[in-house]
Ligand binder design. Structure first.
Ligand SMILES: C[S@@+](CC[C@H](N)C(=O)[O-])C[C@H]1O[C@@H](n2cnc3c(N)ncnc32)[C@H](O)[C@@H]1O
Length: 249
């Protein structure tokens, strides 16, 4: 759902610029490559192993990716969100978690991510709608792609806009290394059934799948780090669908 433009959007986004990367100034590319010239000088390419890079497409207000980055300092995380007003909320949250600013009084308690504290040097945000992965990434660059509670686009004629349309899945797989993964969570049962068909159409390999991720007997680690939407739907008793794909090349 489109959000109303936030007050002082540009000024507030500029304040978060340390947590942002951009396509046009080379900072996205530099972050994705993961090594600087100084680091690579005098070493063979093979010896330089950039930390794995994980991407969330449609990060919303950022709870999931901030928790992921905070708990995994050896990984690098990139959060992509098309709506500037929404990514602002995520980047401001990162500023609070990293201790650069205090939580503003108007942020409700449940959004404050109590107990999460990290510098978050390993997390960047970019404000863009993803259409084609090659506009952002190189082939075999990523270790994981997260699609959490993607917009369902319920009308049949909008099926190609769904982030799990088979051509998009194939596109994510192109950007992933062999052995890389795509993890998908949704409350929307119709979108989930569509997604399973599209995974088959794309010829991709499912390694984990459940229609009730938060069932106490469900063994998957994906339930441990939740998104804002996930918390909201799970609190109402809605089943959360989940599938993990592993890319074979
Ligand atoms: C329903 S929200 C879910 C947010 C968050 N992942 C969560 O689970 O709480 C979906 C978000 O994806 C964003 N989005 C949709 N299509 C996108 C695209 N192609 N590229 C980047 N962001 C996108 C929307 O702007 C929206 O904020």
């Amino acid at each position: 759902m489109r959000q109303r433009k936030a007050k002082d959007l540009e000024t507030r986004l500029a304040r978060c610029s340390g947590h942002m990367v951009y396509k046009d100034d080379g900072s996205l590319r530099e972050y994705c490559i993961g090594t600087t010239d100084a680091q690579t000088a005098g070493t063979s390419d093979a010896a330089v192993q950039a930390a794995p890079l994980y991407v969330e497409i449609g990060c919303g207000k950022g709870q999931f990716i901030i928790k992921k980055a905070a708990s995994d300092p050896d990984g690098r995380y990139l959060a992509i969100e098309g709506q500037e007003t929404v990514i602002l909320r995520a980047a401001e949250k990162a500023m609070c978690v990293s201790g650069e600013t205090d939580w503003p009084e108007n942020v409700p308690g449940e959004e404050r991510m109590e107990g999460v504290s990290a510098k978050l040097d390993n997390l960047k945000f970019i404000s863009c709608f993803v259409e084609h992965m090659e506009d952002f990434f190189e082939e075999d660059q990523l270790s994981g792609v997260y699609l959490n509670f993607s917009d369902p686009w319920p009308k049949a004629r909008h099926a190609k806009r769904r982030l799990t349309y088979h051509k998009r899945l194939t596109d994510y797989a192109w950007a992933l290394k062999p052995g890389g993964f795509i993890e998908i969570k949704t409350d929307n049962d119709d979108l989930f059934e569509f997604t399973l068909e599209e995974i088959e159409a794309a010829g991709l390999h499912i390694t984990e799948m459940t229609r009730d991720l938060h069932d106490p007997d469900c063994p998957y680690a994906a339930k441990e780090v939740t998104t804002e939407y996930e918390d909201k739907f799970a609190a109402r008793g809605k089943n959360i669908n989940y599938v993990r794909i592993e890319v074979v090349k």
